[in-house]
Design a protein around this ligand. Structure first.
Ligand SMILES: Cc1cc2nc3c(=O)[nH]c(=O)nc-3n(C[C@H](O)[C@H](O)[C@H](O)COP(=O)(O)O)c2cc1C
Length: 305
């Protein structure tokens, strides 16, 4: 049996498959389908300091080979997460990665301090694709200096493993990656969704109330794969790769591009078993290709002859 263990800096994973934030709720809906302990890790929906109701409906629509969403960070808030969601999640033998979001650096710090030392929290994933109130709504993650500020502040507030989640809606993602790592990120996750929208020709209305939405699913895979490869060339920090991974072959491609682990997002909506099927599929791929460990394929892509 090939060794499936991997790590994202100080965060050890029993296998390289985790669920992507916002596509797996707080786990309970999937626990009817399989033992969540089969996952390498589980990333929660974004948690904010206060509860959020999210954006007006409609908030999702299907596209060619993907979907658009503008959920707007709906979640029960930090205290309800600690009181109700975390006690449920910590019973599973898997790494619980808490995705945190805020529109002020102070709130990121509050989240990081309060989550530090909570039993069952394995790591924080800092969602820097959020608009920063102090900068007129500019997203933290589109600017290297703002990225460094927020990641540095979270670093100072917690000793938990910290993963910076990068937005792909930038000109040079490697610059943002370097900034996050220099400011203390242990690992990077990428990509978040690509901005897009959809209009209905029949009704002449936007299909999403918020108008701007995030595109995910197989349609973004080639873009995400390139982003992962570019960042892997630019920094030494381990990468949690995601964007349109639907099956084990896709997952292996992200690992060949340089990801130490992969996250499964939109695929969970199509096939609730996707993440565990991908764990099994990666194991099969390794066995069939004579690899003894998942480490052998990380970054192992070769130039075309
Ligand atoms: C409905 C939905 C909600 C999401 N919510 C979050 C979120 O709360 N925080 C976050 O960092 N990313 C969020 N994402 C982005 C995903 O975690 C992931 O980065 C993205 O969807 C790309 O992966 P995929 O193509 O496999 O879905 C969300 C994505 C979807 C589809």
């Amino acid at each position: 049996m090939p060794d499936l263990t991997t790590s994202l800096g100080p965060l050890r994973l029993k296998n390289p498959v985790v669920t992507a934030s916002g596509t797996f709720g707080f786990g309970s809906e999937w626990a009817d389908f399989y033992d969540l302990g089969r996952l390498g890790g589980l990333t929660t929906k974004a948690v904010t300091v206060l509860p959020r109701r999210g954006n007006a409906m409609p908030r999702t629509t299907e596209t060619a080979s993907g979907m658009l969403n503008a959920i707007g960070l709906q979640n029960p808030g930090l205290e309800a997460f600690l009181a109700e969601k975390l006690p449920y999640l910590r019973q599973f033998d898997t790494a619980i990665i808490v995705n945190i979001a805020a529109d002020r650096i102070e709130d990121f710090v509050t989240l990081a301090q309060r989550l530090d030392g909570q039993p069952g929290v394995a790591a924080l994933e800092v969602n820097i694709s959020c608009p920063n109130q102090a900068c007129g709504g500019l997203e933290f993650g589109v600017d290297p200096a703002l990225t460094a500020q927020v990641i540095g502040a979270v670093r100072a507030a917690t000793s938990l493993p910290m993963i910076a989640k990068l937005t792909p809606n930038v000109t040079r993602i490697a610059d943002i990656a370097r900034s996050a790592v220099d400011a203390g990120a242990d690992a990077l996750s990428l990509v978040n969704t690509y901005v897009g929208t959809a209009i209905d020709a029949r009704t002449r209305r936007f299909k999403i109330a918020n108008r701007q939405a995030g595109l995910s699913g197989p349609c973004i895979k080639p873009l995400a794969l390139l982003a992962v490869w570019r960042v892997a060339q630019a920094v030494k920090a381990p990468i949690l790769g995601m964007g349109g991974i639907m099956n084990a072959t896709d997952a292996v491609e992200f690992m060949l591009a340089g990801a130490s682990a992969v996250a499964i997002g939109t695929a969970n909506f199509i096939n609730p078993m996707a993440a565990v099927e991908i764990v099994d599929g990666i194991e099969r791929y390794l066995s069939q290709t004579g690899a003894t460990s998942v480490q052998e394929i990380i970054g192992a892509v070769q130039p075309t002859l």
